[in-house]
Design a protein around this ligand. Structure first.
Ligand code: UD1
Ligand code: UDP
Length: 440
């Protein structure tokens, strides 16, 4: 079996690292393609170093540009390499332009696509990421899904439960594996050593880079106005290059940089960042990955967005959406800083993203599909059968598999009387309302 992994940005390198390590551990033939969307050392190379994974086999060097330009360049670069390498499966992760380009190209070459972190939905089509993740899901054959809730998003869109694997999120694998290493090593970046972070006891880690925040002057201004009043904390702000550019363009960079409690530094390596966030009393962010890391590291998070494709973190109580609303930021931040009971409740939120074995589960699923021949994409040659979509209440003790066998059906959705559930093979359906596709 040969696997090709496509990645292009900082979070993809971090979240694919545990899977790359697992593939290499099993000696599976593997090539890694970097699209070159992120190219600064601080946004790319440093992560291969910190996460101890080999440098990519190919780099397409697409660089920065409009969505169409970036995606187009990626598509033609990826196509050339896939035609040469002929992998059995292409892995894409998350929702960046690399995912869109990689999934589209592979699907059209009839190469199976495995989507890591599939099924997330913000239901906000102004986010480029929402478009990317939806298109990638349409093009995929296998789905490695962080939570039951995301799996249900896919079921609701009509995807077969058979191809959905709830694995947890590899961000937990990366966090667990590297936090201890980071703690032993201590801070490595000069910028952090100079700040004497170890001597600070009230740290707020801030990151923001979402186009819908930082490209809109009114929104960044509101956020900065809130930061000005949060003088009880040391705000450490590793600034994303997009954000640095737009703050400079809006003439806001110097003003923010001059505040004595705000410390702007370049983007920092993964080990330093893990150490920084784990020492923080609060994380203020619009990052996707950081919402997951916050709940994994037991640090309360305030998310600078009006919606999230990670609603599990909010439901669990570890994350609050504050948008770009100055009052909401200040009210919630001050409550976390001054109300211990409130902060403890957020810290104790149960992590919905698994136990740190997502990479093992993902590679297990890939090997299983490969051995079962399910990665071969061919046009169906059996005469098309028709089916009916039905719904029923189950009163007997019967598992999903048994029901499917006896009815020649595929169970689609299960409702336990309170909420939708993901139908696993061995789930007992007694008392459940189900929808299913029944073959004629
Ligand atoms: C991209 C992803 C986003 C992800 C983020 C992770 C898309 C549509 N967006 O957003 O989903 O959350 O990465 O960080 O794929 N730049 C540099 N150096 C670099 C990279 C970028 O200076 O190494 C600057 C350039 O001015 C560029 C800007 O940052 O125009 C934005 O970069 P881009 O890759 O287009 O989008 P991100 O905001 O990084
Ligand atoms: N991160 C990092 N250094 C930084 C900022 C973030 O290592 O200076 C890591 C962080 O631990 C997380 C990931 O980058 O795993 C999140 O990336 P980003 O916020 O750029 O993208 P998103 O997750 O929003 O797609």
């Amino acid at each position: 079996m040969k696997i090709a992994t496509i990645l292009g940005t900082r979070p993809e390198i971090i979240k694919m690292a545990p899977i790359i390590a697992e593939i290499n551990k099993r000696n599976i033939n593997h090539v890694v393609l970097h699209t070159g969307q992120h190219y600064d050392k601080e946004m790319s190379d440093n992560f291969f170093r910190d996460l101890e994974i080999p440098a990519p086999d190919y780099n397409i060097h697409v660089g920065s540009g409009t969505h169409a330009k970036q995606t187009g360049l990626m598509m033609s670069g990826i196509e050339k390499i896939l035609l040469k390498e002929k992998p059995d499966i292409v892995l894409v992760q998350g929702d960046t332009n690399a995912v869109l380009a990689g999934a589209l190209v592979s699907a059209k070459l009839h190469i199976a696509v495995g989507h890591v972190e599939a099924g997330l939905r913000s239901f906000d089509l102004t986010m480029p990421e929402e478009i990317n993740r939806r298109v990638a899901d349409v093009c995929s054959v296998m789905y490695y899904i962080p939570t039951e809730e995301s799996a249900i998003n896919l079921l609701a869109e009509g995807f077969s439960r058979k191809n959905l694997f709830i694995t947890g999120n590899t961000v937990v694998d990366a966090c667990f594996r590297h936090l201890e290493i980071a703690k032993k090593r201590g801070f490595g970046e000069e910028s952090l050593k100079e700040l004497d972070i170890d001597g600070m006891d009230n740290i707020l880690t801030l990151t923001m880079h979402r186009a819908e925040n930082v490209d809109i002057k009114e929104r960044v201004t509101n956020i900065i106005d809130a930061l000005k009043e949060l003088t009880d904390v040391d705000i450490i702000f590793p600034i994303h290059p997009r954000t640095k550019n737009t703050l400079e363009k809006f003439g806001l960079f110097e003003e923010l940089n001059s505040l004595s409690h705000v410390h702007i530094v370049k983007p920092i390596g993964y080990l330093d960042f893990l150490l920084l966030t784990s020492k923080s009393v609060l994380i203020l962010t619009d990052s996707g990955g950081l919402q997951e890391e916050a709940i994994t590291l037991d640090v309360p998070a305030l998310t600078l967005r009006y919606n999230t494709e990670r609603p599990e973190t909010v439901a669990a109580g570890g994350n609050i959406l504050v948008g770009a609303n100055k009052e909401a930021i200040l009210e919630n931040a001050n409550r976390i800083l001054n109300d211990k009971e409130f902060a403890d409740k957020m810290k104790n939120a149960v992590n919905p993203y698994g136990d740190g074995d997502a990479a093992v589960k993902t590679v297990d699923a890939i090997e299983k599909y490969y051995h079962e021949g399910k990665l071969n994409i061919t046009a169906p040659e059996d005469i098309m059968d028709s089916f009916t979509r039905e719904m029923t209440q189950i009163d007997a003790d019967i598992t999903v598999s048994e029901f499917e066998q006896s009815e020649n059906a595929l169970v689609h959705m299960v409702h336990d009387g309170v909420k939708m559930r993901f139908p696993t093979d061995d789930m007992n359906l007694k008392g459940m309302m189900i929808t299913y596709d029944k073959r004629k």
